[in-house]
Design a protein. Structure first.
Length: 152
């Protein structure tokens, strides 16, 4: 899985909002605190607002806040808000793929298993977890597997 800058920045921005929940932050404050480009931060916040991840508040006390409690928002929610489904193949859902040949079913099953694997991590890490600075134990254990910290 390639984590795009958009996903990385969105998770960082959403975590920043989780840290001040139920308070608000301006786009400028989020960008500054999280070390993000302001223009990109505004685009990401707009996508997350359309998805209900964040809510915008106008006025002197205005800014952005989480649309739901941080424990009710997963990293998967943020990824879907800014990039779409967790695992597509050429823009199609894996279950809709129709490969010719004898290996068609096993290839489709591979992509479905990949999506399930991503879900098993990203849907079980909340913004509250990230704001606390700790992954759930089941997820944290994955970082201890041999080779987990080495790029291959």
């Amino acid at each position: 899985m390639r984590v795009t800058a958009r996903v990385d920045y969105a998770v960082r921005a959403a975590t920043g909002l989780a840290l001040v929940h139920p308070g608000t932050l301006t786009a400028e404050a989020i960008a500054e605190r999280r070390g993000l480009p302001l223009a990109f931060t505004k685009q990401i916040l707009a996508r997350m607002r359309r998805a209900g991840i964040v809510a915008a508040q106008r006025g002197g006390e205005g800014g952005y806040r989480l649309g739901r409690p941080p424990e009710d928002l997963s990293v998967a929610d943020v990824v879907r808000a800014v990039e779409g489904p967790l695992a597509d193949v050429r823009g199609e859902p894996p279950e809709d793929l129709d490969y010719p040949g004898e290996d068609g079913e096993v290839l489709r099953a591979l992509w479905i298993a990949t999506r399930a694997s991503l879900r098993s991590v990203l849907e079980h890490v909340s913004l509250a977890d990230l704001a606390k600075g700790a992954l759930p134990p089941r997820i944290d254990t994955l970082t201890e597997q041999p080779g987990a910290w080495h790029r291959r």
